[in-house]
Structure formats: C-alpha cells, structure tokens
Design a protein around this ligand. Sequence first.
Ligand SMILES: Nc1ncnc2c1ncn2[C@@H]1O[C@H](COP(=O)(O)OP(=O)(O)OP(=O)(O)O)[C@@H](O)[C@H]1O
Ligand SMILES: [Mg+2]
Length: 308
Amino acid sequence: MTSVISITGLNKIYTDGFQALDDIHLDIEEGEIFALLGPNGAGKTTLISIVCGIVNASSGEVKVRGHDIRADFRLARQQIGLVPQELSLSIFESVMATVNFSRGLYGKPRDDAWIEKILRDLTLWEKRDQRIMALSGGMKRRVLIAKALAHQPRVLFLDEPTAGVDVELRQEMWELVRGLREDGVTIILTTHYIDEAEEMADRIGVINKGKIILVDEKQALMKKLGKKQLHLVLADKLSQLPEKLQQFKLESLDDGQKLIYTFDTQKEHNEIPLLLKTLGELGVEIHDLQTEQSSLEDIFVELVGNKA
Ligand SMILES: Nc1ncnc2c1ncn2[C@@H]1O[C@H](COP(=O)(O)OP(=O)(O)OP(=O)(O)O)[C@@H](O)[C@H]1O
Ligand SMILES: [Mg+2]
C-alpha cells in the first residue's frame, strides 16, 4: 500500500503556549477509511487543520501524495477535500452557486455533470436553487460535503461528520462515505462516536492530549485489546463456589445463578475446556451459555483512561 498522507514529527504549540500536538507520526494509506478517535480537545481538528493548510505546524513534516504542504501547498491542497466541524456557509447564496464556487477556488474548469452527480448523491439536487439559509441543519451539512467534493479531491477529511445529525442522515452519510471509498477516495474521519468508527473504519487511530497513543487495523485492535466473557447460566444456584472452581477467577451473579469467566482474546490457551470439564465433574448443570466480546467503546475508555 502507498501512503497518501505522510506525517512525521508533527508538533503544534499555539501562540498561548499550549501544545496541542506532540510528535505525531502517521501514514494514511490509499483507499482506506481511517478514523481518528479521541475525546474533546485531543487535537483532532488541529491535526486536520494542519494537513489542510488552515493552521501552521510548529515543526514536523506533512506530505500529501508526495507534495509537501508548505513547499508545494497548492498541489497538496488540491488533493484534499475538507468537511469542517463547524458549519461555515454564506447563507445568502444558492446551493449550486456555493458548490460551483468551491470548485472554482481550485482553478478547476466548470463541470456540470460532476456537480449534478454530487448534488444528486447528497439528495440536494431538488434544493439546488435554494438559498443556504432556507435549508435545514442536516441539509447544510450535506452542502458542506458537496463543497468539499466539488473539486474532485482524492482524499476527504470529515471532521465530526455526524455530530448533531439524526439517525437517518447518519446512515446516509455512512452510505455516502462507503460510496466514495468505492470510487477510490481515501477518507479520514474524526468522531466521538465509537460505533461510527467500529462501523466504518478500516483502521483506527486513538489520539489523546495531542499524542497518538495507538494506530491499528480495527479488527486487530478489537482482537488484541478486547476481552471476552463466557456467561454461564446454571440450572441450580451455587450458593458457594466449590474449591475446585476457585482457580478460575469466576464472578458469581444473581445469587450464584450465573457465573462469568473473563479471558483475554490474545491468549490462545484459555482455560474454558478445563472449566467446563471441572463443572461437569462437580455435577454443576449448565442451563445456558454465551460469550460476549468487549466493544470498541470499552477498549477506548480503558486506553484513554489509562494514559490520561
Ligand atoms: N487557536 C487556538 N489557540 C489556543 N489553543 C487552541 C486553539 N485551537 C485549539 N486549541 C486547543 O488545542 C486543543 C486541541 O483542540 P482541537 O480543536 O484540535 O481538539 P479536538 O480533538 O478537535 O476536540 P473536539 O472533539 O472538541 O472537536 C484544545 O485544548 C484547544 O483548546
Ligand atoms: Mg474538533
């Protein structure tokens, strides 16, 4: 895989002395959906803003498809579309004019077919002659996406794309993002919603207090850091845990009706067969049995909590 975005040793200290980014190294691969996950104030918007040339880095290097964002700003910026976190639109303009204007900013010739395609994909076509101020919040957000896509960027940044968006629009956004990826667009999104990262991303980066604390494939991350639990519902309550079961670090719930055995997914040799065998030997009858895996949310809370 080739990197579309390559960030090395990036630091940002704001003029008031606050260090928002601390030695960031990150490579984004062509065609992937990368989710940058982190709490409020972690530095997500700062990072995106630097890559998009809105904020200057204090030190470090960023390349977009090989173009340095300082030395080669225009070429680097042309590759990128940005959907900002804050709604920023001129309310008196029509949808069509706004989107066309965005394309023009990049010196690209008019392309009515492309603009029509994105407006249709975003279900804005019927609203193309409306002024922005006559649109609902969700529609305005779609206009921001249309603006970001107007110059046909190869990389799209979405800064909290679904904050304050209803469930239906959220699903639509996800569909749209998947469609873009199929067209070969690389997508970097920031989110607070862990289920969004879980649903959408190929890889996840966790950022906290200006530091990237982890980057991994979503599947690997969940496997590596996830814990699994085996829930055993017993036919009869176990008022006391027999001595033979004490070695297993079991948790007893519902007055002994339920036993929970927690194990690491990383360890291949967990003790489940032995546990079940021991239960059998003790004559403990199992009524029901299921396993549960920790969600990305559990993992995230644990990570950020530990490193805070
Ligand atoms: N212009 C600025 N001057 C000084 N500090 C700033 C400035 N912009 C941002 N910061 C600080 O940098 C830190 C990172 O802010 P940033 O907006 O990048 O966070 P974020 O991860 O995007 O948060 P959120 O999830 O709330 O959008 C915060 O502590 C913020 O207060
Ligand atoms: Mg932000």
